[in-house]
Design a protein around this ligand. Structure first.
Ligand SMILES: *Cc1c(COP(=O)(O)O)cnc(C)c1O
Length: 432
């Protein structure tokens, strides 16, 4: 695209298009991408950026992956879509079977949807419908952790961190749920009585009105990039069992090896009652998510009036999305993913370590293929975004967090460039 055409594109973008969490007016630079390949994004002006974000943690195998392209093309020649009411097809069946094999033991039934937020809505509805079927209609509330993020729709928002989720804006319409402090025990550390105490006290007094505890296992993503103790997760599961409350594991960010285990629940060796997956499910190719639940939940809902689960997205089980998801998982399983993630983890650890010496840095932490530099102050998005692009990298901070979640195929030199870019920019106050 010529320079004038690119300028026109960007001007029309400002005029007509609303981007996520952004003013409808221009509020900082925006970049037009022409194509993407491997770990590189190519901008319309020809510049190449190394991608440190995996497009919001989805593109685990990078971009323009031949096997994923082929899976979609093959499926496209058969059918792009058919309704899922009363019809089924091999991509959906194969994918659901694969997800059940791969996920913790108790999860036996899969409900497909189009996005992570909807998968969370579905999980919450499953829990509520189960307790209704069990003649316990009072169990309708949820417990979640502060700093949690579960999506942008109303149900999901009602269990997001009330401050970052701006609950005051929507207070009259959001369901009132319970929030407990996010665990302060670090990953790798045991969990103290004080940490689990809040959950234990709340469950003891309120369990009769609580349907489920929903949390992001081990890593709280968009709500603060915090890593916490597997022991906390294990104890939380035990408490849920004791008080007859479901555990919903939102693995939308953590699923598919990001934390060094195929699913983050495996760090604690627990099997949740309900689990949500999304984001990297299709390797970043299409929007698809899934909610898995135990046979007990799906049977109880189905054996009691109204005998159906009350949800059904129009594009449920889209064959293109299912076939690319299936191929994405096959590719992951066939790759030395454990070794790749371990390598990324040690390179991030060494690469980001220098940031600890910088004035404005509060904490540096790494887990699996996630590297986080937490600052004392929020960054200036417009300045820092431009500065990263000028250094040839795509890194998109939020608030006071500058982080990397690269594709698993990233090479050592590319990862070093990403880490070095963070150090260079955080060193230079003017660019933050
Ligand atoms: C991204 C995310 C969601 C929401 O997924 P969308 O596809 O954006 O709706 C929910 N939970 C977690 C943990 C996430 O990271």
């Amino acid at each position: 695209m010529s320079a004038t055409n690119t300028t026109t594109l960007l001007n029309e973008d400002i005029k007509y298009v609303w981007h996520p969490y952004r003013s409808s007016h221009s509020d900082g630079p925006i970049f037009a991408v022409k194509s993407a390949n491997g770990v590189y994004l190519t901008l319309e002006d020809g510049r190449q950026l190394i991608d440190g974000m995996s497009s919001w943690w989805c593109a685990i195998h990078g971009y323009n992956v031949p096997a994923l392209n082929d899976a979609i093309k093959r499926q496209l020649n058969n059918m792009a879509h058919v309704m899922f009411g009363g019809l089924t097809h091999s991509p959906a069946v194969e994918l659901c079977k694969k997800l059940i094999e791969l996920t913790p033991v108790k999860l036996d039934t899969v409900f497909l949807s189009d996005s992570g937020s909807v998968a969370v809505e579905v999980a919450m509805k499953m829990a509520v419908q189960y307790w209704q079927a069990m003649q316990q209609p009072n169990k309708q509330k949820f417990i979640s952790l502060r700093n949690g993020y579960h999506g942008d729709t109303f149900g999901a928002m009602s269990v997001c961190d009330p401050v970052t989720g701006m609950h005051t804006l929507f207070s009259d319409i959001l369901a009132k749920n319970h929030f407990i402090a996010s665990p302060s025990c670090a990953f790798g550390q045991p969990c103290t009585i004080e940490d689990i105490g809040a959950l234990s006290t709340l469950l003891e007094s309120q369990h009769e009105s609580i349907a489920a505890l929903i949390l992001e296992p081990i890593v709280q993503g968009a709500g603060g990039m915090k890593f916490y103790s597997a022991d906390y997760l294990k104890q939380a599961k035990t408490l849920c069992e004791r008080y007859n409350v479901f555990l919903i594991a939102d693995e939308i960010a953590t699923g598919f090896a990001r934390t060094g285990k195929m699913f983050a629940c495996e760090h604690a060796n627990i099997s949740p009652d309900i689990m949500c997956v999304g984001k990297s499910l299709t390797g970043g190719y299409m929007s698809l998510a899934a909610t898995l639940c135990s046979k007990e939940i799906s049977d109880t809902i189905s054996n009691n009036p109204p005998h159906v689960f009350m949800h059904g997205p129009t594009f449920m089980g889209n064959p293109l999305a299912c076939s690319v998801a299936l191929e994405n998982i096959r590719l992951l399983e066939a790759s030395p993913w454990q070794q790749n993630i371990n390598n990324i983890e040690s390179l991030l650890t060494t690469g980001l370590d220098v940031c600890k010496s910088l004035d404005g840095v509060k904490d540096v932490r790494v887990l699996g293929a996630i590297g986080v530099v937490e600052l004392k102050q929020p960054v200036n998005m417009a300045t820092i975004q431009q500065a990263f692009v000028d250094l040839g990298v795509w890194i998109r901070p939020f608030g006071n967090l500058v982080y990397l979640m690269p594709p698993y195929i990233i090479q050592e030199n590319e990862l070093n460039i990403l880490c070095d870019a963070i150090y260079q920019i955080l060193k230079n106050k003017k660019q933050q």
